[in-house]
Design a protein around this ligand. Structure first.
Ligand code: CAA
Length: 258
């Protein structure tokens, strides 16, 4: 597929999707979202891809859903087409690990797509916000939900009700991002972390991701039981035997992804 709004590349087991609509600060128009879903589907099906990095430009990860594209829609239209569902949720349905490498603006849908990733690594230039209230609407792709789970009620309310932005250090303190690095080191660091993950046993990475995600969806007791049974299930994998044998024999494990 020839992409017009994203750049797709593969490097050493890592699939990289770069949002590329510079004139609109990577605003998430329907065509961009469809291309992102296609690229994710292709990476999911590609055994050579073991971790995915989603990034934007120095100026913007993404400045939100495309306001110009949606401004004339009416209620019946957005309801009937279930606007901002389907392919918008592709990142959150991805089974492979995903890292958002964020520099500049991550606003509205941009912040929401970053939060759909498994972790966010931020440049010190990153700015996060849910400014939809300033447009007379509210976040539509998980902003009131994932943000609240990530940073707690008070800061989520502040961001959603004022539309103000927070900087990378504040996002780090609040637990929205995993780490902050100087802007010119962002991709190197995101790729370094992606390489670490890509170097693990893939079935173990998959169930580990599922177990962490379960924490959002269940009670503590239910989540711990899910984790325990999944932990038990790893004992059926060759790679669990190899990992522990390699430790005991003081050598590097050789994963077979099974
Ligand atoms: N949609 C469409 N176009 C956008 C856009 C968006 N979300 N964000 C920026 N752009 C466009 C601007 O219209 C401008 O285009 P023109 O040159 O053709 O005028 C271009 O990108 C550059 O933007 P600015 O000139 O505004 O740049 P700036 O540096 O002065 O300001 C900004 C940057 C603060 C991010 C500002 O562009 C802005 O406030 N953008 C809108 C942010 C926003 O409200 N996002 C939420 C969208 S709604 C949503 O996402 C719903 C949801 O939950 C899914």
């Amino acid at each position: 597929m020839a992409y017009e709004n994203i750049i797709v590349e593969k490097r050493n087991g890592i699939g990289i999707i770069t949002l590329d609509r510079p004139k609109a600060l990577n605003a998430l128009c329907a065509a961009l979202i469809a291309e992102m879903e296609q690229a994710l589907t292709d990476f999911e099906a590609d055994d050579a891809v073991r971790c995915i990095v989603l990034t934007g430009s120095e100026r913007a990860f993404a400045a939100g859903a495309d306001i110009k594209e949606m401004k004339d829609k009416d209620y019946a239209e957005v309801l009937n087409e279930d606007f901002i569902t389907g392919d918008w949720e592709a990142v959150s349905h991805c089974r492979k690990p995903t890292i958002a490498a964020v520099a500049g603006f991550a606003l509205g849908g941009g912040c929401e797509v970053a939060m759909m990733c498994d972790m966010i690594i931020a440049a010190d230039t990153a700015k996060f916000g849910q400014p939809e209230i300033k447009l007379g609407t509210i976040p539509g792709s998980g902003g009131t939900q994932r943000l609240t789970r990530a940073v707690g009620k008070s800061l989520a309310m502040y961001l959603c009700l004022t539309g103000e932005m927070i900087d990378a250090e504040t996002a780090l303190t609040a637990g929205l991002v995993a780490k902050v690095v100087p802007a010119d080191e962002l991709m190197n660091e995101a790729l370094r972390v992606a390489s670490l993950i890509a170097g693990m046993s893939q079935p173990v990475v998959k169930v580990c991701k599922e177990a962490v995600n379960r924490a959002y969806e269940t009670t503590l007791a239910g989540g711990v039981l899910f984790e325990r049974r999944t932990f038990h299930a790893t004992f059926a994998l060759d790679d669990r035997k190899e990992g522990m044998a390699a430790f005991a024999e003081k050598r590097k494990p050789e994963w077979r992804d099974r």
